[in-house]
Design a protein around this ligand. Structure first.
Ligand code: PEP
Ligand code: MG
Length: 890
């Protein structure tokens, strides 16, 4: 029989797949000899079996009983024992931390009898009844799915009736009365009485944790975070310890370093006389962890020692939850903590400096998405700031948007294309959708470990939390500053995740220092650079040293090429030539298309040649000494002609006016002739080259001439000619011969030696499927994964993302758009096969990718795995690709 239940002492931190993150770390702490209350973990395997069959797996109930008996023996009391009850918490804990899931039910084991036992044992009647009402409230909300406001409203009502200010003013009698009210709420709302059998409470809570794996919020979170849907969650059952037994008790959360900035020094919040959820929910205001030294020095010192132990053991920033019960410290949770992008880079760098991790490990502690975040613009420091109020800088960045006061409004306005800042007193998992839709999140309550702060940091969204001086009135959809100014829904505000400031209106934003560093205008060793820029510099150095994949850029102007080079590009992987045929050159292109006979066409081509040559000279100069892959013209010709409908109207109107629009008529006929129902699958790429004589030759001549001129000027041009949209080797052969001839002719004309590779894009399934044949005629392949995705899926790349992809994502058809992250199983399979067959036919075949996927972190790892030589992406993604290529290699 499978083991479904593990005592904490039987696990360790490497068993996250089986025990979930929380369970594995509780086990690790237990084995480190840290003060963890005893308990056990029900495995993810049990959850998966349950989700599959709808019933608990065979043998699990007995195993739970066995471990419960052991727990009872260790604690010297039984679950819910009337005169001295053992109480337990039941917490979810998946492989990855998931705020969308049911988190915790505390105080399981209390009922009308054992509440008296708890009162007698603790000597605190109020505490016992407060614990009991918390159980019914949490159980009702998370296990039975009852609206939490019903309970909160009842508490408020009680406070009003008794004139109490806060929870602490409520007494034993109040809680006893609330227990009755809460039981009523449960009965009314769920149609069943609150279960009083302790084991039944526990079993129902375990089942609810399993079920919560598929709660809509959890599904949404997983999709967004690309967490597989079939992992399941573990459940941790743990003996209760109490932070609400008086002022010598309390609970807190802490980080071994500041998760917002990454700076050294412990950081956290503590709340006296409270249970864990009070801190996380930001319901009451906490004190900084440093104050614990004054409140309870012994516990404080012990905690500091434990945090040092944890950091040294995990060799990373850890976050922890702890409780102090009447002066005794208990560790309830630890994990390698979430952090902002800036903190990730600073911490990785510090840990290397402190000798805790190697430089290779450091690059695995950061990722390309974080780097991309650091490249976002921030507020212009010189711009005037109209400060409404201040909160805590919970998640960095600069967000500007219209104030909205609930999740629904955020989603609605964001869908309509507006930027919004979600303003709430505090957030909870119900707000997730609105948080996702917002540029920034502002709360008036809760610390840096509140729900809003934690989730925002995870999503990379700017967040200011705990801005208490702002009165956020959700009901009336407005926010009032201390000076009386009012922000109504829809007003523009700016929030600064770096300083915690909340500003009226739109503050202008400027480039980030990290971009300036990449762009070469900020010296990492100079005075102006801060520790973040230095950390990025060192991490990038290591990534470059480690990576096997080359990184090139997609660029088609000298300016972009130069910028890409500064950003670290090792050449151009895709220089599109489409835009070179637009603008003032349009008339020439029109003439080319409309040309009746060979002579007119040649004339138009002659006109285009010098212009193209200049284009290429500039780019080759900017990329001197590095490869520049120039792709011959790809889009359908009609794109260079006027719109069919507009032109038809123009002609009709002119005729109506009795005019004779001869030129327009000729144009219209051409447009009609070239019109295609499905231009993406029509006359483009190599097909165009085959049916418009001279077009590709002109382009190749221009490339060759540009190279010859660069050579004469003492440069080192390295162009490569790339033929797009090839489906069969015959197409390629014809164009290839033309190209080689053109290069030879130019070489003779200029009296220089010219030789450069001719290759093809692999962007049609047929090309991938016949890669072996195509490689006979191609010196390189560049996978055009945009078109390849389009043609493999049959998705129009210009339409589907805006039309129905949101629904596909919502329904979980895929976790990310296949146009964004490579579809490994389908498109990826073709890439892998084509790479292998291509190399088999031509061992020195160069392989690259130039679709959008070249700059996507997950895709970069895939391209590394299948052995491509380089990825090519937009200049701004070049640093991201460099980092990810480094990470893929270690
Ligand atoms: C591609 O198809 O992936 C590609 C890079 O070419 P384009 O996006 O220009 O079609
Ligand atoms: Mg393409």
């Amino acid at each position: 029989m499978l083991t479904y239940v593990y005592e904490f002492s039987e696990g360790n931190k490497d068993l996250k797949d089986l025990l979930g993150g929380k369970g594995a770390n509780l086990a690790e702490m237990t084995n480190l000899g840290l003060p963890v209350p005893p308990g056990f973990t029900i495995t993810t395997e049990a959850c998966r079996a349950y989700l599959e069959s709808g019933g608990m797996p065979e043998g699990m109930a007995e195993q739970v009983s066995e471990k419960l008996t052991a727990l009872e023996a260790a604690m010297g009391k039984r679950l819910g024992q009337p005169d001295d009850p053992l109480l337990v918490s039941v917490r979810s804990g998946a492989r990855f931390s998931m705020p969308g899931m049911m988190e915790t039910v505390l105080n399981i084991g209390l009922n009308d009898e054992s509440v008296a036992g708890l009162a007698a044992q603790s000597g605190d009647e109020r505490f016992a009844w407060d614990s009991y009402r918390r159980l019914i409230q949490m159980f009702g909300k998370t296990v039975l799915g009852i609206d939490g406001d019903l309970f909160e409203d009842a508490i408020e009502e009680r406070k009003r009736a008794t004139g109490a200010d806060g929870d602490l003013d409520l007494g034993a009698e109040d809680f006893r009365a609330l227990v009755d009210v809460f039981k009523d709420i449960v009965l009314q709302a769920s149609g069943r009485p609150f279960p009083t059998d302790p084991r039944e409470q526990m079993d129902l809570a375990v089942r609810a944790v399993f079920d919560s794996w598929n709660a809509p919020r959890a599904v949404l979170y997983r999709r967004r975070e690309r967490i597989p849907a079939d992992l399941g969650t573990a459940v941790n059952v743990c003996a209760m310890v109490f932070g609400n037994l008086g002022m010598d008790s309390g609970t807190g959360v802490a980080f071994t370093r500041d998760p917002a900035t990454g700076r050294q020094g412990v950081y956290g919040d503590y709340l006296q006389n409270a249970q864990g959820e009070d801190v996380v929910a930001g319901i009451r205001n906490t004190v900084p962890l440093a104050d614990l030294e004054r409140i309870d020095k012994a516990s404080h010192d012990e905690l500091m020692g434990i945090m040092r132990t944890l950091e040294e053991h995990y060799r990373d920033l850890c976050d922890i939850e702890f409780t102090i019960e009447r002066g005794k410290l208990w560790m309830l949770q630890t994990r390698v903590g979430k952090r902002t992008a800036a903190a990730a880079f600073r911490i990785a760098d510090q840990l290397v400096e402190q000798g805790m991790i190697t430089a290779d490990e450091a690059i695995t502690r950061v990722d390309g998405d974080q780097l991309a975040q650091l490249m976002f613009p921030r507020f212009d420091e010189t711009a005037p700031r109209d400060v409404l109020g201040r909160g805590m800088n919970a998640s960095p960045g600069a967000a500007v948007g219209r104030a909205v006061f609930d999740s629904a409004a955020a989603v609605k306005r964001a869908r309509a294309g507006e930027r919004v800042v979600l303003c709430r007193r505090e957030t909870n998992p119900d707000d997730l959708e609105g948080m996702l839709a917002s540029e920034g999140i502002l709360t008036s309550r809760g610390g840096k470990t509140s729900h809003a702060a934690v989730v925002a940091r995870g999503m990379g969204t700017t967040c200011v939390c705990g801005a208490e001086e702002l009165d956020i009135d959700v009901k009336n959809r407005r926010m009032t500053a201390p000076d009386g100014r009012v922000v109504e829904e829809g007003d523009l505000i700016s929030i600064d995740g770096g300083t915690g400031e909340v500003l009226l209106g739109e503050v202008p934003v400027v480039d980030s220092p990290v971009v300036r560093y990449f762009d070469g205008t900020l010296d990492p060793d100079g005075e102006e650079a801060d520790d973040l820029v230095r950390a990025v510099h060192r991490v990038m150095g290591r990534a470059d040293a480690d990576r096997r994949l080359g990184v090139r850029a997609n660029a088609d102007t000298p300016e972009d090429a130069a910028r890409a080079r500064r950003m670290g590009a090792q050449g151009i992987g895709l220089c599109r030539t489409e835009h070179m045929f637009l603008g003032e050159r349009r008339p020439l292109v029109e003439r080319l298309i409309l040309a009746g006979d060979g002579a007119e066409r040649d004339e138009a081509l002659e006109g285009l040649l010098p212009l193209q040559r200049t284009d290429f000279t500039g780019i080759l100069e900017a990329m001197d000494g590095l490869p520049v892959t120039i792709r011959l013209l790809d889009p359908p010709l009609h794109e260079f002609l006027p719109d069919l409908t507009e032109l038809s109207v123009r002609v009709a109107l002119a005729e109506e006016r009795g005019e004779n629009p001869e030129n327009d008529r000729v144009l219209l006929r051409a447009v009609q002739r070239l019109h295609e129902q499905n231009p993406m699958m029509g006359l483009r790429g190599v097909r165009l080259g085959l049916v418009v004589p001279g077009l590709f030759t002109m382009q190749v001549r221009a490339i060759a001439q540009a190279a010859a001129e660069r050579l004469r000027a003492g440069g080192d041009p390295r162009p490569e000619v790339m033929i797009p949209l090839v489906g069969t080797v015959q197409e390629l052969e014809i164009i290839r011969e033309e190209a080689v001839r053109a290069v030879r002719e130019v070489a003779e004309e200029y009296g220089v030696e010219l030789e450069f590779p001719v290759g093809t894009m692999i962007e049609l399934p047929r090309a991938a499927l016949t890669a072996g044949q195509i490689a006979e005629s191609a010196e390189f392949f560049s996978f055009g994964t945009n078109d390849l995705t389009q043609t493999v899926w049959g998705f129009s790349r210009d339409d589907v993302e805006a039309s129905f992809f949101s629904q596909y994502l919502e329904k979980g058809v895929f976790g990310a758009s296949p146009f964004e992250t490579i579809d490994v199983d389908g498109v990826g399979r073709l890439v892998r096969a084509a790479a292998e067959e291509g190399r088999a036919a031509r061992p020195d075949l160069k392989l690259g990718v130039c679709g959008e996927h070249g700059g996507d972190p997950a895709s970069v790892h895939f391209f590394d795995r299948v052995g491509l030589d380089y990825v090519s992406c937009s200049p701004f993604r070049v640093p991201v690709a460099r980092l990810e290529a480094g990470r893929a290699a270690v």
